[in-house]
Design a protein around this ligand. Structure first.
Ligand code: R5P
Length: 293
């Protein structure tokens, strides 16, 4: 292991230079994967824009029923047109997503804590790879806690998922958690995203931060930006816009969609930013116009 005291501050991100190992396949870092993995990733990332709108509704795995998701069976069908990928638990997907749905599936595969715990960083793999295959999952979402008490077990969960995923051709989505102890700085996100990619994750879900372009440049797989707590609609659209401008290949938003007073219009506005190069201002105008119609 390298001597961590001898490390120089990183600076050579070459943010204007495209990723060098594209090799013809449009998804970053996936060129050397086999057909089945590429197919799953292509189900998630639109081949035209290269981007994805993920809808996160996996909150129930540790929070139970949250405001806006009381009735998954009623909410989910209304959003389908604007979503590329559904990120949820197997319980929610099996019970509330019609199997005819043609959207990609990011299956939440870890669990182990609840919102009653002070420390949420201890999780296990809760869904075995055979069930991911049965559910036709396009990726397995693994929560990771870099720098927290549960770091070792969460990185073990990630590595186990990557090993199983490589065996059966299912990509792994590494989710960067930010607990109480973790800083929300580019320094932390550069560390965590790069670690998860080097451990074999094929997609990383993380938060937006200053110098986000550098976080993206140093991460050899696509990054999708997490929504986080509910913001005003203009602020949430700005977050989506800044993320895409900064090189994210999509967003994975939950509360900023389902806790909006107009979730369908909000998801449609986010889609405009992610796939149609709308600015946040144009998307907000679109949001207001579509409510007024
Ligand atoms: C975040 O890492 C967890 O997976 C959450 O359960 C969820 O995906 C968060 O979504 P949001 O913060 O956009 O409501």
């Amino acid at each position: 292991m390298a001597d961590k005291d001898g490390l120089k501050a990183e600076k050579n991100y070459h943010i204007d230079t495209p990723f060098a190992n594209g090799g013809g396949f449009y998804i970053k870092g996936a060129n050397s994967l086999e057909w089945g993995m590429k197919k799953h990733l292509a189900n998630i990332f639109d081949p035209k824009s290269g981007n994805t709108v993920m809808f996160a509704f996996d909150h129930g795995y540790f929070m139970g029923s949250v405001s806006g998701l009381e009735r998954l069976d009623l909410v989910l069908p209304t959003l389908m047109d604007n979503i590329d990928c559904l990120m949820g638990t197997r319980g929610a997907i099996r019970t509330c997503v019609p199997p005819e749905c043609r959207k990609a599936i990011a299956l939440r595969a870890t669990s182990g804590s609840s919102m009653l715990d002070d420390d949420l960083s201890h999780e296990v793999i809760a869904v075995d790879v055979e069930d991911c295959i049965r559910m036709n999952a396009d990726c397995m979402a693994i929560q990771t806690f870099v720098g927290a008490d549960g770091q070792l077990s969460s990185l073990d969960n990630l590595s186990r998922a990557v090993n199983a995923g490589l065996r059966y051709g299912i990509p792994t989505l590494g989710v960067v958690a930010v607990g109480k102890q973790m800083e929300r700085t580019d320094r932390f996100f550069k560390l965590a995203t790069r670690m998860l990619a080097e451990l074999g994750a094929n997609i990383i879900k993380t938060y937006y931060c200053d110098k986000f372009e550098e976080v993206v440049a140093a991460c050899p797989v696509p990054i999708v930006v997490a929504g986080g707590k509910k913001l005003s609609e203009p602020d949430a659209l700005k977050l989506a816009y800044d993320s895409i401008q900064g090189g994210a290949r999509g967003v994975d938003m939950g509360r900023n969609i389902f806790q909006s007073e107009h979730p369908v219009h909000m998801s449609a506005a986010i889609r405009k930013i992610v796939h149609e190069k709308f600015t946040d201002k144009e998307a907000y105008q679109f949001f207001q116009d579509s409510i007024a119609r």
